[in-house]
Design a binder for this molecule. Sequence first.
Ligand code: NAP
Length: 239
Amino acid sequence: MTEATIALVTGANKGLGRETARRLAGLGWEVFLAARDAERGAGAVAELAEEGVHTRFIALDVTSDESVAAAADAVKSQFGRLDVLVNNAGIGGPRTDPADTRPDDLREVFETNVFGQVRVTHAFLPLLRASDHPRIVMVSSGIGSIAVITDPKVRDIVPVALGYPTTKAALNMLTTMYAAALPDIRINAVDPGYTATDINGRSGFQTITEGTDAIVRMATIAPDGPTGGFFDRNGTISW
Ligand code: NAP
């Protein structure tokens, strides 16, 4: 029998993270459903268990060094390695007019969407290096793509704000740099597409499952699959 793939999804108590955890566990993988709130995380694990899907709750707040270190220790003691890390946790950030936005208004969204992904990636790298086929999926957004955001077809429908778009643009460059530095790990950014979740007040037009197609595809790529790319559910997209 081949060993199960070990995966961890951050921000997985709801939305795209929960659906990603559900789909990866459905492949027979051992999936850590990570959430910052124990009640919400354990609740999601229990709901999935009622559907016959087994996941493991793990406490992980991407903004806390202690929390992330404890989660990495827990995965190490249970499996000694991690095959797939899905850096999914994210927040929307302030929607204030750029002219009225101060640095302090942006700290929380950068702490979560950018420094959080660095904190988690850094902490789990030793466990990923212990895998025969390590993969990292950075859950970015088309809103972090300068090519997309300046496209006349899109420009006028995306809210103008300094926080969320710049954090996802930073995450895209983090992906590029990590991929250049770590050629033995497949590291890709994905745009889920506009999906009905709490982050957008459920205004997205895609289903939650459609929103996880690109995440699942990049989580399941082969050892000779792409690295350092940016994908949506239809294929490669522009930075
Ligand atoms: P969501 O339903 O609001 O889920 C966000 C998840 O992130 C929640 O589980 C939330 O936990 C978690 N989270 C927030 N701060 C955290 C922290 N400090 N530590 C750990 N977890 C934290 O939104 P979603 O749409 O599923 O978003 C998932 C990812 O997809 C995000 O990175 C988002 O930017 C990206 N994305 C979404 C769309 C879309 O249309 N939905 C499009 C492009 C990209 P709590 O429940 O505890 O708050």
